[in-house]
Design a protein around this ligand. Structure first.
Ligand code: GLN
Length: 454
């Protein structure tokens, strides 16, 4: 814990931690010591963790990197963080992210961008987003592991950009209670770690059946670490042809081949598969996610939480709402609230939201079909490129940024588990990763495949 606290102090330039809790960390580390001495250590006793700002931690600022939640200190603890503390983990502080987890470069944060510890010629790179602070902190050894959330890739894409492991569990595996909501049918919390084994241990501690989350799945949580054998003999791995995009860099394609070879060498069978509706995933996601976000973010009205605008003479409640939301939400969040409100409006609901829901069902059927044909897991690239420069995306063209999510959003639409693993470096020396998708609630199997790629 002390080593991490010093490392955090020395690495301020990464802007990974946005709120430090050293007193809490030392108290928790002491309690962990006592627990070890008493001989009742649990899975994470004494392990110092960073927590993404989107998780409510009792008494600690929890703003989802938004100005609108300025001054908000939750009265309650998210189920995930409570589970981690119960397992003995130590809280180092809150980690940077995109505002309300909307973004792929950690640039929409009210705290400014987090910085990738990997560099090329002194050029500052993004650690990805939205869990950019988590990725940067784990990659720079500021904590032993971190929590992330993944609505459309926010665990896996930053993991790929920083050379770490990121796991998005099956929807419902990890409780969403106390996690500030972005898009409720897509959001899922998961671990961001240095190794696959760490991901197994962290997932076991984070996951639980939670009556406080109506979408929490009633499946017992296995001991993922003890199930980790790396034995994938006889497994059938699908290579989805629709993920081979025109103009994809040759090195991403080469990495994908290398990953398939590693799995084959471990005794798996590699099979070409088709997921024919893949190309509709990104547009469907960018209808559904903003729709749910516009509904979830309606609660930030200047009355119940955080920031409230200063009012002028004669301003009534409508002006209070308008001014508060105009000041409190950044431009990307405002854009999504507007898109979401539009696609849910009476005149356009069928044309956009309902159609996107139907497309989502078709995408789900693609996966059901390949699993019914005996495929056990699917291998694909995590991102179409390695980490890009901070500010490299043109903010007047948000679609450019959305395209970065082309390989990740599908998984959230279908609720399946996925894991991103670092597999190689590009010619500039930056990390590149592959991801694997698995069957519902078979994270244990997925971790075994990932172990082979590590
Ligand atoms: N980049 C995607 C978005 O902006 C995904 C973000 C996430 O997974 N939270 O919506």
């Amino acid at each position: 814990t002390e080593a991490c606290l010093s490392a955090i102090d020395a690495a301020g330039a990464l802007n990974a931690f946005v709120h430090h809790t050293p007193d809490m960390a030392r108290d928790m580390a002491q309690a962990a010591d006592a627990r070890i001495k008493a001989g009742n250590a649990a899975a994470l006793t004494g392990i110092p963790l960073g927590i993404k700002d989107v998780f409510c931690v009792k008494g600690v600022p929890s703003q989802a990197a938004s100005r609108i939640l300025e001054g908000f200190r939750p009265e309650y603890e998210s189920t995930v963080t409570q589970n981690l503390w119960n397992a003995g983990a130590v809280m180092l502080g809150k980690l940077n992210q995109d505002e309300f987890a909307m973004g792929s470069a950690n640039e929409s944060s009210c705290y400014g961008p987090a910085v990738n510890p990997w560099k090329v010629d002194d050029r500052q790179l993004t650690p990805g987003g939205s869990s950019g602070g988590s990725a940067a902190a784990v990659a720079a050894d500021l904590c032993l592991a971190a929590t992330g959330t993944d609505t459309g890739g926010s665990i896996r894409q930053p993991a790929a950009f920083t050379g770490i492991v990121g796991l998005k569990p099956t929807y419902g595996r990890v409780s969403r209670w106390g996690v500030i909501a972005y898009a409720s049918s897509l959001d899922q919390a998961g671990p961001m770690t240095k190794t696959v084994r760490d991901a197994a241990i962290m997932l076991g501690a984070m996951a639980s059946v939670d009556p406080q989350d109506s979408t929490s799945a009633d499946h017992p949580v296995p001991d993922y670490e003890s199930l980790l054998t790396g034995d994938i003999r006889g497994k059938r791995i699908g290579i989805p042809r629709e993920y081979r995009l025109d103009g994809m860099p040759a090195e991403i394609d080469a990495l994908w081949h290398k990953g398939a070879e590693m799995l084959r060498d471990a005794g798996a069978e590699i099979v070409d598969i088709s997921l024919p509706h893949t190309k509709y995933a990104l547009p469907a996601y960018y209808v559904i996610a903003p729709a749910e976000a516009s509904s979830n973010l309606a609660r930030y009205d200047g009355v119940r939480y955080g920031h409230r605008a200063k009012l002028g003479q004669g301003d009534g409640i409508t002006e209070m709402y308008e001014k508060t939301r105009a000041e409190g939400f950044g431009p990307e969040v405002q854009r999504r609230v507007m898109i979401g409100t539009y696609v849910l409006s009476a005149g356009f609901y069928d044309a956009y939201y309902n159609r996107a829901r139907k497309v989502r069902a078709l995408i789900k059927r693609d996966f059901d079909n390949v699993f019914a044909e005996g495929i056990d897991a699917i291998l694909a690239p995590t991102t179409p490129t390695a980490a890009f420069g901070i500010g490299a995306m043109d903010s007047s063209d948000p679609v450019q940024m959305y395209l970065n999510d082309v390989f990740t959003v599908t998984l959230n639409l279908v609720g399946l588990p996925g894991i991103a693993v670092p597999v190689g470096l590009d010619k500039k020396g930056l990390p590149l990763g592959l991801q694997m998708f698995g069957k519902p609630f078979q994270e244990d199997e997925l971790l075994n495949h990932a172990l082979v790629l590590e």
